[in-house]
Design a protein around this ligand. Structure first.
Ligand code: 1PW
Length: 215
């Protein structure tokens, strides 16, 4: 029982992690960013195996960043800002085409960053949805507005099929494990500005260094 409880996702957990994401001078802690993502992966896994291909990619990217953080140059990977500086100064990033650094921290975090925008749009739709709203439609709309433009046709197709398998709004709220629908809406209202701020800061960092299209 205890084991299955460990696996159980709660949106509150993710909210708390994103709360820890920013340093006093508004840099993004990679440790907490990936911890937030870990919570999201748990959530995806609890939605069923059709989300396996999605959660697996996110889990792989989380692990790449954790390996940098725990590696010998880990001190440069404390924040996204220090990572960008370090990898650019040491020419550890493939800028225009894939080459000798196919798994740079910068391009790996960029993938999670783009997906975070999807999540933000989707959760915002959920928050303002009504009882008869369809999660699959909200999820697909959010995806088409954001992440889809970075994915090839085959991934878009597979994602579209996975969205159709999403549970309906009541079941979806239950999986979030937060409480009544009213409580879910309240927690979303609290979580979204935090996620949005982390997103905006990361976006500005990547824009400033011209890194938004890393291969
Ligand atoms: C229900 C709430 C969902 C929020 C979680 C969002 C997870 C987003 C992961 C999408 C992954 C789709 C399949 C993988 C695609 C990769 O090719 C792609 N990865 C991402 C995260 O977009 C690009 O990575 P790549 O191939 O350049 O290493």
């Amino acid at each position: 029982m205890a084991g299955s409880e460990d696996q159980k996702f709660s949106l509150l957990e993710v909210l708390n992690t994103f709360k820890l994401c920013l340093t006093d001078n508004k840099e993004v802690y990679i440790e907490h960013y990936v911890a937030g993502w870990r919570g999201l992966v748990k959530f995806l896994n609890s939605l069923g195996s059709v989300f396996g291909f999605i959660s697996k990619d996110a889990a792989t990217k989380i692990q790449i960043l954790i390996n940098y953080l725990n590696g010998e140059n880990g001190s440069h990977y404390v924040t996204a800002q220090s990572m960008v500086k370090y990898e650019l100064e040491n020419e550890l990033v493939d800028i225009t085409k894939r080459g000798s650094h196919p798994e740079s921290g910068c391009r790996t975090l960029l993938r999670l960053h783009r997906a975070l925008r999807w999540l933000e749009l989707f959760l915002e739709r959920l928050r303002t949805s009504t009882e008869d709203s369809k999660t699959s439609v909200m999820c697909a709309d959010a995806y088409n507005e954001s992440l889809a433009q970075h994915h090839p046709w085959v991934v878009r197709k597979a994602a579209g099929m996975a969205f159709c398998m999403l549970p309906g709004r009541p079941a979806f709220f239950e999986v979030m494990n937060v409480g009544s629908p009213e409580q879910v809406v309240a927690v979303l209202g609290e979580a979204l500005p935090l996620i949005s701020e982390v997103y905006q800061i990361t976006e500005a960092l990547y824009a400033q260094h011209n890194l938004l299209d890393l291969p």
